[in-house]
Write a protein that binds this ligand. Structure first.
Ligand SMILES: [Zn+2]
Length: 278
């Protein structure tokens, strides 16, 4: 799943490559295209975007928002790639990846494509982001929230700390992978209950969240370059590293869960917590 670091780098690349460009053709490719594309503006993807020029690219939580100037009114394409969606920049003659659902042809001969293996992500065409499901209720950005606000916002949650970190209404943009990384950096067991955390644990979690995400943006930028459909994660410390030595203490990394819900952590550096499923 693309999370804050990947989407932040994608935003940078698209800002450089897309702003000022005009869309000259739009292809919504069946059968997946109509499933992932939601037209909340009632204008039609083809009619709304053909001839529109890209005004800006922004990121909020796990959404990327492309703002178009189309006629007198701005039009927005909000992309929520969820677990399986990716954007790709490609030359028009470059072979399409399987499961490409939307292709926006640009006036410089490139294409912005949306690829999604399982059609879990969504593309919303809208004039008002408040109408996009899941957008308005998002919590603050993890790199912008203050320590004081972080402490206050955490208080009403009573569950396991990993689950809380991945809830967009707490802070926006952290998913399964970076929650594991942040908790490892904070030396907190992922299944510790929020109610079991001391004030010093919460403060350490806040610092770990900021450092981990900020460093990941740099790592992802170096590894991704302009290949925005890639998901470089080799540099992660624990996520998807089960059995490998913990970079801090050498203990083999533990694994709990399966598929998209894998949790990795170090039993020695992150003690405590009841371990589910073991
Ligand atoms: Zn360790």
């Amino acid at each position: 799943m693309p999370e804050l670091p990947e989407l932040e780098v994608v935003r940078d690349v698209l800002q450089r490559r897309l702003v000022g460009r005009t869309i000259h053709d739009v292809q919504l490719i069946p059968p997946g295209g109509p499933i992932v594309a939601r037209d909340l503006a009632n204008i039609g993807f083809e009619a709304g975007l053909s001839g529109a020029s890209v005004a800006s690219i922004s990121r909020r939580g796990k959404f990327l928002v492309v703002a178009f100037q189309s006629g007198s009114q701005p039009l927005l394409l909000a992309v929520n790639p969820k677990l399986t969606g990716r954007l790709q920049l490609a030359g028009s003659s470059e072979k399409r990846l399987a499961r490409t659902h939307l292709v926006l042809g640009l006036d410089d001969g490139r294409q912005l494509r949306y690829v999604d293996q399982k059609q879990m992500g969504q593309l919303y065409l809208t004039r008002d982001l408040a109408s996009v499901p899941g957008y308005a209720g998002m919590g603050p950005e993890p790199l912008e929230v203050s320590l004081e606000d972080f402490r206050l916002r955490l208080r009403p949650f009573r569950g396991e700390i990993k689950g809380i970190l991945t809830r967009g209404e707490f802070v926006a943009g952290i998913g399964n992978a970076y929650a594991d990384e942040i908790l490892w950096a904070a030396r907190l067991h992922p299944y510790r209950k929020r109610t079991q955390l001391a004030p010093a644990d919460v403060d350490r979690l806040y610092e770990a969240m900021r450092l981990t995400l900020a460093e990941a943006v740099v790592q992802v930028r170096n590894a991704m370059q302009e290949q925005i459909h890639l998901k470089p994660r080799d540099f992660l410390a624990v996520h998807m590293k089960a059995g490998q030595p913990c970079p801090r203490c050498g203990t083999p990394i533990s694994l709990v869960g399966a598929n998209q819900r894998i949790t990795n952590f170090c039993r020695s550096c992150q003690p405590g917590g009841l371990i589910k499923g073991m």
